[in-house]
Design a binder for this molecule. Structure first.
Ligand code: SF4
Length: 365
């Protein structure tokens, strides 16, 4: 089993963000931590669990916790469910929060993987995104993470941002490669409704780059990182040997996971369920033992669609027998360089991953 813990507190709200996260709600943090403990205890009592193979403390901004609080959460998981030897334990860090000494303390308390949400090393881009840190803080944070003795360090980046430009994007990537960051997640900017970014775009204050430019940033990224020895193991994820994120690989392989925290999703035994999203609702629900969970029963056709959808996001692809693809569709896609095939499996190429939504929806049973 894998465990995800959601920490939905943030310093401020970024311009593009529609995640379940709250700025200025720090006064609720102690009650929230108590609620997390109660939820863990409820699940511990519910069933027999195999020891946890990976933990992911995400957000929000989990590095608004002290390293001791993050360590306490991990101890709670160990006590409640057991933790496998060599388990991967990730915590997401915002560069405006933990310094090097906090990162070292977190590692000493059992965190093995630091995932830094730097998004860019360009101050102009960071301002458009309204991130609570500048490029200098991001660089410092990366240096400190690399010196922290964590087993792995990852960065999150965003491309396709107004005003970013291909040259600026590539310069940032080059800098990260020179630093030796072993894991890179690169996401295309998505404009979510009702965000400040969407309003600025609607008012014409900002302009998105042309689709072709964003597509070429993606393909360049794949090429540059692969030339430097990174495995492109999922649409947005690249890793040096030994540094893939095992927790995320578990999601793509549909392994069971338990989500703890407001709005956190869980998956096991053909069911998906999720806790209330609102902070106060979640805290009250846990305190009174009356939280209303949402539940979805995944029938076999939905489960099969998920397997295909998630499998094709990865470089392992899916078993050939899992997909009914028409021979003429296969021929066209292969000729266009969108698909690759081994004896037993089918996977998307980099170019195919760029069009993954369209391709996957064509293949859905
Ligand atoms: S730090 Fe992350 S979760 Fe928080 S507002 Fe920014 S993008 Fe959203």
């Amino acid at each position: 089993m894998m465990v995800y813990v959601h920490i939905p507190f943030c310093l401020s709200k970024c311009a593009y963000c529609d995640f379940n996260s709250y700025a200025g709600a720090g006064a609720l943090l102690p009650a929230y931590l108590e609620a997390l403990g109660r939820e863990m205890e409820n699940w511990r009592r519910c069933a027999q669990h195999e020891p946890v193979s990976s933990v992911y403390i995400g957000g929000g901004t989990p590095s608004l916790l002290t390293p001791a609080q993050a360590g306490d959460i991990l101890e709670g998981i160990k006590r409640g469910f057991g933790l496998q030897a060599g388990a991967e334990v990730t915590v997401e860090i915002n560069p405006a929060t933990w310094n090097g000494s906090a990162m070292r303390e977190a590692v000493a308390r059992g965190i093995t993987r630091l995932s830094l949400g730097i998004q860019s090393l360009d101050d102009g881009v960071l301002r458009v995104l309204a991130r609570p840190h500048d490029a200098g803080a991001a660089r410092r944070s990366l240096e400190e993470a690399l010196a922290s003795e964590a087993h792995s360090v990852s960065v999150d980046l965003i491309y396709g941002v107004p005003g970013q430009g291909t040259a600026g994007w590539e310069a940032g990537l080059g800098e990260l490669l020179d630093m030796g960051i072993p894991h890179i997640s690169a996401y295309a900017l998505t404009v979510e409704e009702n965000t400040p970014l969407a309003s600025r775009l609607a008012r014409g204050e900002l302009q998105l780059p042309a689709e072709e430019e964003t597509a070429s940033m993606y393909l360049e990224t794949c090429e540059i990182l692969k030339a430097r020895g990174y495995r492109h193991y999922e649409i947005s994820n690249f890793a040096l040997t030994g540094h893939t994120c095992r927790h995320n690989e578990g999601y793509w392989e549909r392994r069971p996971y338990l989500g703890i925290g407001a709005g956190a999703h869980s998956f096991a035994g053909g069911l998906r369920w999720w806790a209330p999203e609102g902070l106060k609702e979640y805290i009250r629900g846990m305190r009174e033992g009356k939280a209303h969970y949402g539940v979805e029963i995944l029938d076999s056709s939905t489960a099969h669609s998920e397997e295909i959808m998630l499998g094709l996001r990865t470089d392992r692809g899916v078993p050939r027998t899992a997909i009914a693809i028409k021979p003429e569709t296969f021929r066209t896609w292969a000729q266009e360089g969108l698909l690759r095939r081994t004896e037993e499996r089918l996977a998307l190429t980099d170019k195919g991953m760029l069009l993954s939504n369209e391709l996957i929806s064509t293949l859905m049973p």
